[in-house]
Structure formats: C-alpha cells, structure tokens
Ligand binder design. Structure first.
Ligand code: HEM
Length: 484
C-alpha cells in the first residue's frame, strides 16, 4: 500500500475514522455515514467456509530442485533435468480440528504441495502418513463424521471414533501408526511427508510406472508425547504455525529429501499386495526409495487469508507425464477437491495469485462467473476457432489403464496374495522397540478408556490382536486396568 490518506473502498479520503456521524451531539447515527455502513458490512463478510477437513493449517513458498535423472520414468518437464528448480507452495494442516483448533494434537498432518511448473500447476495433496484409514472414497464422509462433532452432543465422541474404526478393520494399520510416537509431530518441520497414493508416471515412449512419493525431513523426526502435547496445546495453540513462520524468518529454511518408489507397470497385477490399496505400504525391500530431489521452504506468505486460507490444492491437478492410478480413494478425491473449491472459494478460485500457474498461463474457454478477473479481454471463447485461439494437443497427460475385467458393480478392492487388513499393522508393531510398544499401548488404552460401550472396546482390541497376538494381549490388559 502506498503512503497517503485512509480511504473508503471506492478510494475517497476519510476525514474521521473514530466517530460515526450522528444527528446532532449525542443523537442517533445517520444512514448517510457510508464509511460506517461499509465497514460493518465488509466485516460481516470476512469469513469464507472453512475447509470441511484440514481446516487448520499453515503454508510457505519454496523451491523444488531435481537431484537425479528420472527421464526414463516420466516426461514431466519440471523433472526433466538434474539441477532444474521449480517454485512451490506447501500447506501443512491437521485434519479433524476446526480453524481455531490447537496444532499439537494426535491427528495426521496434511502435506499439500503445489509445483508451479511450466506445464501447469501440479498438486500433490498428501499426508505425513504413508497409508490411510479406509480404501474406498464412499466411506470418507462417514469416517469424517466420526472425527468431527456429534450431532447431538456437539463434541467429538470417542464412541463414534472407535465404533467406526472397530467396524472398519482396514483402519488398523493407520490407527497403529497414529497412536505410535509419530502420531503427534513436534512441528511441521520435524515430520516426513508422503504422496500416500500410488500415482502413474509415463515416459516419452509412453511406458508406464507406478510411483509412491516420500519426503524425508532433513530436520530429523521429532515428536511430542501425549503429555507434552496436552501442555503445549493449552499453552500455545498455534505452536506448529508459529514454529514454521519463525524458522523461515530466522533464515532456517526447512527442507525435505524427496524420493520415489518405482514399480514397473507389469509388476502390479502379481505383486503380493494390491499396489493401489491405500491402507498398505510397499515394503522398501521390494521397491527401494530412490532419491530424486530436494524441497526447501524459504518464504512466508505475506497475507495468511489470501495465500493460505484461499489456497486450493487438487489431486486432479496433473501435468503431462503424471496421472492417477486405479486407487479407489484417489479416484474419489479427483472429484472431491475441485467441488470443494468451487463451494469454498468460488468458481474463479484459480484466478487468485497463490492458485494460478506462475510458470505458464491458463488458456481456457471458460469465462465469467463470480469475481472473474477479465483476463481474456475480448478473445474468442470457443473452439474450434480460426482466430488463433488455444487448441487441443492430442496427447493425454497419462496413459490408459490396462483392460478392466468384469462388469460394472460395487466390487470390493481386489485382494492380492498377502492382502488382509492386519498383516502390515502387525509388521509395524513388530518393528517397534520395546519402549515404543509401551507408549503405543498406553496411548491406545488411554483413548479406549473414554469409550462408553464394552462391545466397541472389545471389537477394537480384537482388531489389534489379529494384527499381532502380543499387541492384542497387552492392549487388553492395559484397557482392563483402566476400565476395571
Ligand atoms: C483437504 C476430501 C482423503 C489429504 C480435503 C478437502 C476435501 C477433502 C473436500 C477440503 C478441500 C478444500 O476445501 O480446499 C477428501 C476425500 C478423501 C480424502 C473425499 C477420500 C476419498 C485424503 C487423503 C489424503 C488427504 C487420503 C492424504 C493422503 C488432504 C489434505 C487436505 C485435504 C492435505 C488439505 C489441503 C489444503 O491444505 O488445502 N480433503 N480427502 N485427503 N485432504 Fe482430503
């Protein structure tokens, strides 16, 4: 803003911003006080709907640098040469809390990354966990209802949370992860990020690879115990947000080493786990993480509302050489985000500086709508046209999926040789050191102690027992000790 007198929204100078205009001294306020009316009316419209999930978050800009040649696997231009840099914006978040909720809570963290590439914006909307609670998008609204406030009590209800989890055994892996040490990161800087889903990469020859993204924190993993988090959440609800902003202000730019697991397309059908099941990881022994880049955050947003609150990320924002997989969760997400953006920020949300392409321009025939910025001037708004308008390329961003078998139907996600709902949860438990197991069991039993119904608790414990017998027995004993 330039120096000068305060003005109205229309730019007229303001004489008095302390006293409203009245009919005489001590008299009622006049309708002609346009400044007062404008201020009150604008204030009433300051909020937009908060995100239905991941409402609470913080963001920063930065740079992604390619460190390895991945051209045998993808033709994405921003990944085309070692040393190539791309500007990014990353928004971190918690999932269940509302906009004003505390940061230091047990909850997955969002890790939503926008690459401003020369072929359009590529969004990778991931979490700090490699897996998720469910494997079909049709269960997502029900799942989130159990994480949010109960319609009758208006509070989050442990009964709802554990009722859903215990009846959805595919959540056992993610719940084991969430109640372990990494369930409460000390800050956004001290946690890893994951694309979580399997995505398609395709190279210049049209060959297909399935990939999973990993972002390993260079700051080292740091977590909070349940007790530390309880204290911090009360003392400094904005702890994660403040930590990120202040680190960047100090010039301590957080960074992540970026890697991918790469599966040749032909492996997918016969791999021991269904590679498109979001409740499963690909063990690194099968597909090692190959380092491909470095991500650094180095610039704070200047205005949190404009750049963080109004930022939009969509798993459907792909660029040439990258696409979706048949993962049913991902397929649902391809619809959900754009739809949320149109409702939450509006049909022209992609015109805002944080959301629009920075290294290319959007050339569409879409026009008008609320807050249209007039970017197309008088250009023709249809295709085909003979006036030199934008044209289709004839090449899809991603390769077709292999032939699909069978008829339409509400088919469960296909199971591969070693798929069940418990094997990877058990593997995770068995990987833990003794002290980690103790904290996991203490965290889970503490949470289950708040559940009112025995049948829900018993069903939950049974899922962990099916993951690992020792896990189940210890949890049962700990729960009994607390519940009597
Ligand atoms: C935010 C839907 C699963 C990560 C959101 C939003 C919706 C949504 C509607 C709010 C978007 C907005 O208002 O801008 C869904 C559905 C899912 C799903 C329907 C399952 C089918 C997941 C999974 C992940 C994830 C599996 C991570 C792997 C995120 C993140 C955000 C988000 C990080 C916040 C993005 C931001 O910072 O703006 N989700 N989600 N979601 N979701 Fe999901």
């Amino acid at each position: 803003m330039t120096q000068g007198p305060l003005t109205t929204e229309a730019g007229a100078p303001v004489a008095d911003n302390q006293n409203s205009e009245t009919a005489g001294v001590g008299g009622p306020v006049l309708l002609q006080d346009q400044l007062l009316l404008e201020k009150l009316a604008h204030f009433n419209r300051e909020r937009i709907p908060e995100r239905v999930v991941h409402a609470r978050g913080a963001g920063a800009y930065g740079t992604f640098t390619v460190t390895a040649d991945v051209t045998p696997y993808t033709r994405a231009a921003f990944l085309s040469a070692v040393g190539k840099e791309t500007e990014v914006f990353l928004r971190f978040s918690t999932v269940a809390g509302n906009l004003g909720a505390a940061d230091a809570v047990r909850d997955p963290r969002g890790f939503a990354l926008k690459f401003y590439t020369e072929e359009g914006n590529y969004d990778l909307v991931g979490n700090n966990t490699p897996v998720f609670f469910i494997r079909d998008a049709i269960k997502f609204p029900d799942f989130i209802h159990t994480q949010k406030r109960d319609p009758y009590t208006g509070s989050t209800e442990p009964d709802n949370v554990w009722d859903f989890w215990s009846l959805s055994p595919e959540s056992t892996h993610q719940v084991t992860w969430l109640f372990g040490d990494r369930g409460i990161p000390a800050s956004y800087r001290h946690m890893d990020g994951f694309g979580s889903h399997t995505y398609q990469w395709n190279n210049a020859d049209g060959e297909v690879f399935w990939v999973k993204y990993h972002f390993k924190t260079d700051q080292g993993i740091k977590n909070l115990t349940a007790e530390e988090a309880d204290v911090l959440a009360g003392k400094d609800p904005d702890s994660h947000q403040r930590d990120l902003r202040e680190a960047i202000e100090r010039g301590e730019f957080p960074s992540w080493t970026v890697g991918v697991q790469i599966m040749p397309a032909a492996d997918a059908a016969t791999y021991r786990f269904n590679p498109f099941d979001l409740t499963k990881v690909w063990p690194h022994a099968d597909y090692p993480v190959v380092e491909i880049g470095r991500l650094e955050l180095n610039r704070n947003p200047r205005n949190v509302f404009a750049e963080v609150e109004q930022s939009i990320f969509s798993p459907a924002h792909f660029v040439p050489g990258i696409g979706p997989s048949p993962d049913k969760m991902l397929q649902g997400r391809l619809f959900a985000y754009g739809d949320a953006h149109r409702y939450r920020v509006g049909i022209n949300a992609d015109h805002l500086p944080v959301n629009r392409p920075q290294a290319t321009e959007a050339r569409t025939h879409s026009r008008d709508g609320l807050l249209y910025d007039g970017r197309h001037g008088g250009e023709k708004n249809y295709e085909p046209n003979s006036f030199g308008g934008p044209y289709q390329t004839g090449r899809a961003l991603w390769q077709p999926f292999d032939a699909v078998a069978g008829g339409t139907g509400t088919h469960p996600t296909p199971r591969h040789a070693e798929d069940d709902d418990f094997v990877q949860a058990g593997n995770l438990y068995r990987l833990m050191r003794e002290d980690e197991k103790e904290r996991l069991v203490a965290n889970l039993s503490g949470a289950l102690a708040d559940v009112s119904r025995d049948d829900i608790v018993e069903r939950a414990v049974e899922n962990f027992r099916r993951a690992d017998d020792d896990f189940g027995k210890r949890l049962e004993a700990a729960v009994q000790a607390l519940r009597g």
